[in-house]
Ligand binder design. Structure first.
Ligand code: ADP
Length: 398
C-alpha cells in the first residue's frame, strides 16, 4: 500500500505542495507556485532530479495546479509512479465543527464554505485548491486537515471570551486557535524525545515563525492556546500585534476616523516587529539590534517578554511541565530569543545549557542541561508530514 500523500496548501495568491512519504516524513518532491492572478508569475519545483523554475503568468488556482501536475510529469517523480495514496489539504478554519481531519465530499465543502466569515482570507483559497485538485486528481481520496482541529479539546472556560453570550451562540465568537498541525506534531515529537507516551507528558509549545503561537498541551491534548477567533491574538509576530487592549480599536476609530478595515490592516500587517522597528524579518532585526539600533532592541524585548508571560501562564495552567519546545523559523534558529524568553525562570525548574542553546543544528535536540526538571527542546516542525500522517489515518479509518 502506498504511503505517498500530495500535501496542498492553497493561499490566496500561492499554492505550495509537497509529495510526502507518510511513513518516513521525507518530502520526495515539492514546490510553490507564486503570484497567482498577478503579473509576473514564479514557479519552483524540486524533485529527485534537482530544481526547476518557471516564470509563467498563472491566472488561476486551476492553472497553478495544472502547472504542478505537468511539473511532476516533466521533472518527476510521476504522480502515477509514486502511486499516490491521497491528497491532504491544509484548511485554516474548521470552526467548532471539525475536531479531526475529514474526508472531503460535497457536504464538507458546504460546511467549510459556511465558515468563510470566520476566515475570509484563507478558507476561500483553501476551497479553491480543494475543488481544482478534486477535478484534476479524481481517482484518489482528498482529506481536509484543519489548523484549528487540534485545539478543539480546549475546555469551555479557556475558549470562552467574557462577552455577551449571544456573541458565541449567534456569531461563533470564541477562541479557536491555529497552527494546530504544528503543535500536534511538535508535542508528540517532544514525548518521543523524552521516551514517554504523549498521554503522559505536559508540554508548552512555542511556535515562532512569521506567525507565532503558544500552546499548553496536557497529555497530548491542547488545553489552551494563544491565538483566538483569528490568528491575530497572543504573541508578538512579524507583522501582527498579538494581544492589545481591545479599546484601542474604538479609540483609533474615534480619534483618526479609521474604518474597521483600516484598523484590521494596521493590526495584522503593520504591527508586531514590523510596527515596532520597521523590520519583520527576525534575522534582519537581530542584525540591527546587534548594531545598537534602539527600536530593534525594544522590539526584541517586547517579543521575548510576551513569550515569557505565556510560558508563565501556561505553566500555571498545566501545574507541572515536562518540556518547553521551540519550533518554526525563530524558535529553531534564534538562540538569543530562546535565552531571553526563558531568562530568570530557574525557580520554575527551567534552565538552559548555553552551549547547547547556541549550537546550530537542524535536528531535534535538548538545550537544557541533563536532568533539568523541565526539558527545553528545539524541534523542527514538519506540518507537511503531520498533514500526510493525518490524511493517511483518515483514509484508512473512514
Ligand atoms: P512561516 O511562519 O512563514 O512558516 P518560518 O517558520 O519560516 O515562517 O519563520 C520565519 C521567521 O524565522 C522569519 O522572521 C525569519 O527571519 C526567522 N528566521 C529564519 N532563520 C533564522 C535564523 N537563522 N535566525 C533568526 N531568525 C530566523
Amino acid at each position: 500500500m502506498s504511503d505517498h500523500v500530495l500535501v496542498i496548501n492553497a493561499g490566496s495568491s500561492s499554492l505550495k505542495y509537497s509529495l510526502v512519504d507518510g511513513s518516513s516524513g521525507e518530502s520526495v518532491a515539492g514546490g510553490i507556485v507564486e503570484r497567482i492572478g498577478e503579473a509576473g508569475g514564479s514557479q519552483t519545483h524540486r524533485g529527485p532530479g534537482g530544481e526547476s523554475a518557471g516564470d509563467e503568468s498563472i491566472g488561476s488556482h486551476e492553472e497553478a495546479l495544472r502547472w504542478v501536475v505537468d511539473a511532476f510529469s516533466s521533472y518527476g517523480p510521476s504522480l502515477d509512479e509514486s502511486d499516490l495514496a491521497a491528497v491532504g489539504h491544509r484548511v485554516v478554519h474548521g470552526g467548532s465543527r471539525f475536531a479531526a481531519p475529514a474526508l472531503i465530499d460535497d457536504e464538507l465543502i458546504a460546511e467549510v464554505k459556511d465558515l468563510v466569515p470566520l476566515a475570509p482570507l484563507h478558507n476561500p483559497a483553501n476551497l479553491e485548491g480543494i475543488s481544482v485538485a478534486r477535478r484534476l486528481l479524481p481517482d484518489v481520496p482528498h482529506v481536509a486537515v484543519f489548523d484549528t482541529a487540534f485545539h478543539q479539546t480546549l475546555p469551555a472556560y479557556a475558549y470562552t471570551y467574557a462577552v455577551p453570550h449571544e456573541w458565541a451562540e449567534s456569531h461563533g465568537i470564541r477562541r479557536y486557535g491555529f497552527h494546530g498541525t504544528s503543535h500536534s506534531f511538535v508535542s508528540s515529537e517532544a514525548a518521543r524525545l523524552l521516551g514517554r507516551e504523549p498521554a503522559d507528558v505536559n508540554v508548552i509549545v512555542l511556535h515562532l515563525g512569521n506567525g507565532c503561537s503558544a500552546t499548553a498541551v496536557r497529555g497530548g491534548e491542547s488545553v489552551d492556546t494563544s491565538m483566538g477567533l483569528t490568528p491575530l491574538e497572543g504573541l508578538v509576530m512579524g507583522t501582527r500585534s498579538g494581544d492589545v487592549d481591545p479599546a484601542i480599536l474604538g479609540h483609533l476609530a474615534r480619534e483618526l476616523g479609521w474604518s474597521v478595515d483600516e484598523i484590521d490592516r494596521a493590526l495584522n500587517s503593520e504591527s508586531g516587529l514590523k510596527g515596532l522597528s520597521g523590520e519583520n524579518d527576525f534575522r534582519e532585526l537581530s542584525r540591527r539590534r546587534a548594531g545598537g539600533d534602539a527600536r530593534a532592541e525594544l522590539a526584541f524585548d517586547v517579543y521575548c517578554y510576551r513569550i515569557k508571560k505565556y510560558v508563565g501562564a501556561y505553566y500555571a495552567v498545566l501545574g507541572t511541565v515536562d518540556a518547553i519546545v521551540f519550533t518554526a523559523g525563530v524558535g529553531q534558529h534564534s538562540a538569543e530569543a530562546r535565552a531571553a524568553s526563558l531568562a530568570n525562570l530557574e525557580s520554575l525548574g527551567i534552565h538552559l545549557d548555553p552551549a547547547r542553546n547556541t549550537s546550530e543544528s537542524s535536528t531535534a535536540r535538548f538545550i537544557s542541561p541533563d536532568n533539568s526538571p523541565v526539558a527545553v527542546l528545539v524541534i523542527p516542525t514538519n506540518e507537511e508530514w503531520e498533514i500526510a500522517r493525518q490524511t493517511l489515518t483518515t483514509t484508512r479509518t473512514t
